[in-house]
Design a protein around this ligand. Structure first.
Ligand SMILES: Cc1ncc(COP(=O)(O)O)c(C=O)c1O
Length: 457
């Protein structure tokens, strides 16, 4: 039975409007847990309001990551948020959807019919790159061991245009990084230099399709030819891992004739981010091996404590199933035609933006006809080097456009970068151009000291 006082207190709790509760005048102890907690409405409102201080995701042109999905996709995501992807025996249908996506991607990436393509979903491209490269390292070790050769000094050859995750892999997994520096004229892999760094201890060579820095494409066909030649001359086969974080979902729809995938003999593994141009919220990525034999068996774990024997090849054990389901939703809902339409719009808008920049007297695009919907651009002389100031000015309008210096040997070049995602319409770009114009008035003031910042992605 409620006492009168208790009843009065309960009534007061119900009647007090959210912003009338004491929680809005209490000092929040940010780093220690309070003894008594907060009522749900107030907790929600406090956190919701604090997050208003974040940037607006739609105006975040720094990010490659999807910021909009259809309401039906959102519904599926919220219906499945509680499912753990690893529980395949409990959620067999979810496992089925994952397999279907892998097979659809295999076909988009031209996996040979006579090979046993294999793959996994991941949290994103970073995990996929780690797993792909680990498989190549193991494969290299086992080939060397079989021939009684040393496995002391594995190396990985990449261009200076790779995402930091490639460097992380080398540091975390004890592989020597052989990086081909960029130059003032070239912001993608130089195949001749890369090939000169390849030797019998090279576990793989990386090729990026859609570099984080400029959105350009590494010359993967040329690289494949060079490695084929090396194989004939020296007898060692060096695989290519393609980082298709962005390009993996773009190229099959924007330029199906462009050869970059399993059509090339040395491409043995490919990663792609579902949460970039796969058009799914973060985090989902995909890793595909051309053939089951590219994934050494001792890296695949078999566990039976979830009900039935399951295979796992991931760094994380648990992960959310909702985003894998959302990926399947997109593939089913959009079909090839839907992806083509959306991604063509992104590319046309990016090219429109690059053309406008080319005509301007202040800015200059790195590529006036970009292959992917990513536009990197700089200030023309005499203002080159002041891109950070433009980025700060744009922030006053709400736009998030990063400014950063390019990697070594091209580090004196600063760029701004706009990722033209699905949500970035022509209308939005017209406004951005107008705001770039207003922001450039800052250049009349004397310059501020330059500080580079890494690209946000
Ligand atoms: C080329 C490239 N590779 C890898 C990554 C890492 O991808 P993720 O954020 O999906 O882990 C990115 C991120 O932008 C990228 O641009």
């Amino acid at each position: 039975m409620l006492t009168r006082r208790h009843h009065a207190r309960k009534t007061e709790e119900f009647l007090t409007p959210t912003y009338g509760t004491r929680f809005f005048t209490n000092d929040l102890e940010a780093f220690s847990m309070s003894e008594n907690g907060t009522n749900p409405q107030s907790a929600y409102q406090i956190i919701h309001d604090e997050l208003e201080l974040d940037g607006n995701p739609s105006l975040n042109l720094a990010s490659f990551v999807t910021t909009w999905m259809e309401p039906e996709a959102q519904k599926l995501i919220s219906e499945n948020l509680q499912k753990n992807l690893v529980d395949q025996s409990e959620y067999p249908q979810t496992g089925q959807l994952q397999h279907r996506v892998i097979h659809m991607l295999a076909s988009l990436f031209h996996a040979p019919e006579d090979q046993d393509v294999t793959g996994t979903s991941t949290i994103g491209s970073s995990e996929a790159i780690f797993l792909g490269l680990l498989a190549h390292k193991k494969q290299w070790q086992s080939n060397r061991k079989k021939r009684g050769l040393s496995t002391e000094s594995p190396n990985l050859v990449v261009g200076g245009d790779v995402h930091v995750v490639w460097e992380k892999f080398c540091r975390y997994f004890d592989v020597e990084l052989r990086m081909v520096p960029l130059s003032k004229e070239r912001f993608v892999l130089d195949v001749a230099v890369a090939t000169s760094l390849v030797d019998e201890n090279t576990i793989a060579v990386g090729a990026v399709l859609g570099t984080t820095f400029t959105g350009q494409l590494d010359p993967v066909v040329e690289l494949n030819e060079a490695l084929e030649k090396r194989f004939l001359e020296k007898g060692y086969f060096v695989p290519i891992h393609v980082d298709g974080a962005s390009g993996g979902f773009l190229l099959p729809f924007l330029d199906p004739e462009f050869v970059w995938d399993f059509r090339l003999s040395h491409v043995r593994s490919i990663n792609v981010s579902g949460h970039k141009f796969g058009l799914v919220y973060p985090g989902v990525g995909w890793l595909l091996f051309r053939d089951r034999s590219d994934l050494p068996d001792d890296l695949v774990f078999r566990v039976n404590y979830l009900g039935a024997e399951e295979e796992t090849y991931t760094l994380n054990f648990s992960s959310n199933a909702a985003f894998v389901i959302a990926q399947y939703y997109n593939l089913l809902r959009l079909g090839k035609q839907g992806y083509r339409q959306i991604l063509h719009n992104c590319l046309e808008n990016a090219r429109f933006f690059a053309r406008k920049l080319k005509k301007s007297s202040i800015f200059i695009p790195v590529d006036s006809h970009p292959s992917l919907p990513i536009v990197a651009f700089s200030l023309r002389p005499p203002h080159a080097g002041r891109e950070m100031e433009i980025s700060s000015e744009l922030r006053k309008f709400g736009w998030i456009v990063p400014a950063y210096s390019l990697p070594p040997k091209a580090e004196n070049i600063m760029v701004l970068r706009v990722v033209v995602r699905e949500q970035v319409s022509r209308n939005m770009l017209e406004h951005l151009l107008e705001h770039l114009d207003i922001s450039s008035k800052i250049l009349k003031n004397p310059s501020l000291p330059v500080q580079g910042s890494p690209p946000v992605c």
